[in-house]
Design a protein around this ligand. Structure first.
Ligand code: TYM
Length: 333
């Protein structure tokens, strides 16, 4: 039976890319009745420095974001990683399965470590092994993510395959990445060749899930575009990254395909298309922002949700970790 797992880092500035590439699709999987486990990966967040008070706040805000986006903590399991120690226990095993050479190929490590990789944390280097542990400690079969996580999920498969092979077992599932829909790579509103990101210094480059209706509309109105009208077929968007990005966002928000959006809006100038997109985005996103601030008023309730979710997560993870230890010859007496 399928089991979905995915995670998001609580590092602030939750944005439209996180919503369309992840959160909205998490709610969709849950609503299809698939067993779903969603994690705020606070241990991944500290692979780069996080101020403790900011981390705690960002974790609660992310939890509010999950719920506001439609993830129901009764239907899905919603928790923060550090409350389920089986993740780090499994990660150690995987640190001993993964090879240095595999990790050195990770483009996210190279991007984040930058030129001075000697000064990056050991945790940043080992990051993908912890991510594999997140997934495999639940025997998850499907992992919905945005396109930027593809290489990490290939590594997760490699770890599962090597573990199964080395120990001569058929224990870990070979996980399927689920990178689907019109908006698996939402681009910056300032530069259509860069992905929308939490860390972009320009706030105009992204829509934050905490933005109110005015901010959402303004950012879309000011988004960079080219002077041409929308083409009458999808191929006409090929060399127009900014135009394509707005069409993809429209499609994902409206649950349409980009082809359907082009069919409806062919020949429109951005002076016409942008206001339609702004109306749609405000209708879909402003209620999320309102609901997030409402939920953030009751910190105790958020913490209760995370504790209950962590208990449920541990119930699944504990026997899988114990079995892994047994396979590896660790004595439990
Ligand atoms: P993170 O926190 O960077 O991003 C969370 C999710 O949002 C997606 N995403 C995007 N999707 C479309 N367009 C964008 N511009 C965009 N930016 C971000 C990401 O692809 C991701 O799905 N390593 C992960 C967290 C993680 C995880 C896991 C994910 C830890 N353990 C286990 C899945 C399974 C990360 O840093 O995502």
């Amino acid at each position: 039976t399928p089991r979905v797992f995915s995670g998001i880092q609580p590092t602030g500035n939750l944005h439209l890319g996180n919503y369309l590439g992840a959160l909205k699709r998490f709610a969709d999987a849950q609503n299809k009745g698939i067993e779903s486990i969603y994690c705020m990966v606070d241990l991944h967040a500290i692979t780069v420095w996080q101020d403790p008070a900011d981390l705690a706040r960002a974790t609660r805000e992310l939890c509010a974001g999950f719920i506001a986006a439609g993830v129901d903590p009764e239907k899905s399991i919603l928790f923060n990683q550090s409350q389920v120690p089986e993740h780090t226990q499994m990660a150690w095993i995987f640190n001993c399965v993964a090879r240095m050479g595999w990790m050195q190929r990770m483009t996210q490590f190279k991007d984040k470590a930058g030129k001075n990789a000697q000064n990056a944390s050991l945790g940043l280097f080992a990051y993908p092994a912890l991510m594999a542990a997140d997934i495999l400690v639940y025997h998850a079969t499907h992992v919905p993510v945005g396109e930027d996580q593809k290489q990490h999920l290939e590594l997760t498969r490699d770890i599962a395959i090597k573990f199964n092979h080395d120990y001569g077992v058929d224990f870990f599932p070979i996980t399927e990445p689920v990178i689907e829909g019109a908006a698996t790579r939402v681009m910056s509103f300032r530069d259509g060749t860069k992905k929308m990101s939490k860390s972009d210094p320009s706030d105009m480059s992204r829509i934050n899930l905490t933005d109110d209706a005015d901010a959402i509309a303004k950012k879309i109105r000011k988004a960079k575009t080219d002077p041409e009208p929308l083409p009458d077929s999808i191929e006409g968007l090929e060399d127009r990254p900014e135009a394509r990005n707005l069409v993809n966002i429209y499609a994902a928000l409206a649950d349409l395909t980009p082809e359907q959006v082009i069919a409806e809006h062919a020949g429109q100038q951005f002076g016409t298309f942008k206001p339609s997109l702004a109306d749609l985005a405000v209708a879909k996103l402003a209620p999320i922002s309102t609901e997030m601030s409402r939920l953030m008023q009751d910190q105790g309730e958020i913490d209760n949700i995370l504790r209950r979710g962590s208990d449920r997560a541990r119930n699944i993870a504990t026997p899988i970790l114990q079995k892994t230890y047994d396979i590896a010859g660790m004595i439990r007496s």
